[in-house]
Design a protein. Structure first.
Length: 296
């Protein structure tokens, strides 16, 4: 069935009344870069006043959950740490609870402080953040595998370098027991004015060089889905995933058996949403902020 367009107040009322829990992507849905999307803060307030449970599910691993709470507040919105489920947090939970990551091992992290903070919060030591020294063909032999590294964790890294890639590569190829985990494999990243290369674009370098396939935690993959379903005990029939990407957000909702709403304020446009070959959202609308009409 083709996605249904929500375009009238009656559509909005029926949609909101149908669900108890709304799961939201952030970039391209709640905000673009550091700018909230028009009327979205008021829409979230309206949903809370109606007793709805809000969960923010994001593939962005650069920011910790605590920092996300600060960002929400800075942009005039309310959010609690317990309402935020990021790919960095899912990675930390997976290593601690599923793998039983050894206490004498460390994670080599390519990524931002968000990953390091979430890993360290669950007792996993990290290395790699200070790999900033210049490297050349003459000094490549300085890069050696470490017996302390039990996992390479890859997320979005705005300061990625050949030294970091070389360290990750050598640990993954010289130690078959070293885990290879990616927080997400998004091809692109909506950054406000433009769309930029995402984690998946950078990750492809290591996949190609090591000939190893990482376990990908983020949407739409099963590990993050299982973590979310278990933590929040969702009733799929009363839950809806709201996102701007068909291949991550909407597919994530479909795999979880929940309804989906695709908004057109991020990556997807109307033509791609209506394409029969795309993951089929339950609904679509120009912007989540359009639901603000119910607060007026």
């Amino acid at each position: 069935m083709a996605p249904a367009l929500l375009e009238s107040r009656a559509d909005y009322e029926a949609f909101v009344d149908r669900y108890d829990t709304f799961l939201f992507d952030c970039d391209g849905v709640i905000w673009r870069g550091n700018t909230p999307i028009d009327n979205v803060p008021a829409t979230l307030d309206m949903l809370r006043k109606r007793g709805k449970r809000l969960i923010f599910v994001t593939n962005n691993s650069a920011t910790s959950r605590r920092d996300y709470v600060s960002k929400f507040a800075k942009l005039g919105m309310q959010a609690a740490v317990e309402e935020i489920f990021s790919s960095a947090y899912a990675t930390a939970v997976y290593l601690r609870d599923v793998v039983g990551f050894a206490s004498d091992k460390k994670a080599y992290v390519i990524g931002g402080s968000g990953i390091r903070n979430e890993l360290e919060d669950v007792g996993i030591a990290t290395v790699g953040h200070d790999d900033t020294a210049a490297i050349s063909l003459a000094t490549l032999n300085d890069v050696e595998p470490s017996v302390d590294v039990g996992a390479v964790v890859f997320g979005i890294d705005y300061d990625i370098s050949y030294r970091k890639l070389s360290n990750a590569h050598i640990n993954l190829t010289q130690n078959p027991e070293c885990l290879f985990i990616a927080t997400n494999d998004d091809r692109t990243l909506p950054g406000g004015k433009h769309v930029y290369p995402g984690t998946g674009a950078l990750l492809s370098t290591l996949i190609h060089s090591t000939q190893r396939t990482p376990l990908v935690m983020g949407k739409p993959n099963t590990p993050m889905l299982d973590c979310v379903m278990q933590k929040f005990h969702l009733d799929p029939t009363r839950s809806c995933m709201v996102g701007d990407r068909l291949d991550t957000d909407i597919l994530f909702g479909i795999k979880g058996g929940v309804s989906t709403l695709c908004v057109l304020t991020g990556v997807a446009d109307e033509a791609s949403v209506l394409s029969p070959s795309a993951p089929q959202a339950t609904y679509y609308m120009p912007s989540l902020g359009d639901l603000f009409a119910l607060a007026q």
